[in-house]
Design a protein around this ligand. Sequence first.
Ligand code: ATP
Ligand code: MG
Length: 429
Amino acid sequence: MKFSNFFIPTLKESPSDVKMRSHDLMIRSGMIRQETSGIYSWMPLGYRVLKKIIDKVEELHDENGINQMLMPTIQSSDIWRISNRYDTYGKEMLRIIDRNDKDLLYGPTNEEMITAIGKQYIKSYKNLPRKFYHIQTKFRDEIRPRFGVMRAREFIMKDAYSFDIDSENGEKTYCEFFKLYLKLFNQLGIPVIPVRAPSGEIGGNLSHEFHLIVSSGESEIFLDTKLLDQNFENFELNQILNLDSYTDDYYKEIENKNYFEKFRSIELGHIFLFGTKYSSSFNFNVDSENGKVVPYMGSYGIGISRIPAAAIELSNDKNGIIWPKALSPFSVHLINLNIDDSECSEFCEKLYTEINERNIDIIYDDRNERPGKKFSDADLIGIPLQIICGNSFKKNREISILKRANKDTINIEVENALDKIIKMIGCNE
Ligand code: ATP
Ligand code: MG
């Protein structure tokens, strides 16, 4: 993509009510635009980040045999009356009346709908286990929408749902999702800690949240600090159940608090094994060898549109964002400081084409702007690797490769630039 063609509406300043670093940087780098309180457009640069997350989420869910589907945003109140949540969910639910006076709502979550779907199609134990997911917009009329997409009213969630024949198999599925989440966040370059959570109004008895520890986070978690260096991916169910990490709600119930420390954090994922709560209220049962049984269910959420903000909270400096490789909207940022020099521009065009041909995401700053502006924009949008064609292109036939994170710079000869760059992209952690 050429910068001259790509729409990045950067701003010098955010509105004065912007309090969080990630919110400020997302607005100033032109990633998002507020439409009204808690409701945002994802502009081209921001949407590229979101798509990177979605692609990775899809890849790992598909790999694990979880069926992707798409349920609607608008739901009928009927199914919410069956579970008795239409009255209890409260003001966070956006209620809508259609022209025939029918009560509809904008879905804050989908347990009811997936249970209705399961009940219609899953008739026999032979159809179990079954796992579904979708990536869809949710609406929750939060009391205090704030910090941009971190706590929005309209936001994008990945929510998955599982059906099993009994609690033992349900626990196995839960354990698979637990491991899948750790693998996923690991591959996104976001170090999360699993914490035990109370299961709240969704009901049931097994629940964990996945938190990123950052001092600016809205949540509080309590843990045995031994867990900070732990690799949880190979945990078995009994180890998961004995984790010494808790959400603040759960922590109140703990007796021996001596060795726990408090951390501020951001909740990025939440999994529940709620059992038969919805399947039994929907009279959903399947034939088994021992007669009718009620399927055992779980739900598994990830705050897709919260992840870019969380990643920025984790990694930024005074000049802007520093993307982890997996989330970065582009892998390389090529900056031409000699736009008027035909030799340098030809070289940049050629390098740009060659990198593109290797399916590496590159943004090429071909604008007729002063070097200072190009550098500050590059640091603001935070692509991990910057390639600079400046003074030494003419003088020494050299270009510079610079790491956004620590400004480590190397100069390389123009002749073998392409190979070097490709190597660096491969190992640029
Ligand atoms: P929170 O405690 O932050 O309000 P929640 O527990 O109500 O979140 P869940 O129902 O567990 O949220 O939803 C799954 C995931 O969706 C959360 O882990 C979080 O990452 C994300 N999420 C929830 N509410 C919002 C919101 N208002 N804006 C952006 N993401 C959200
Ligand atoms: Mg939650």
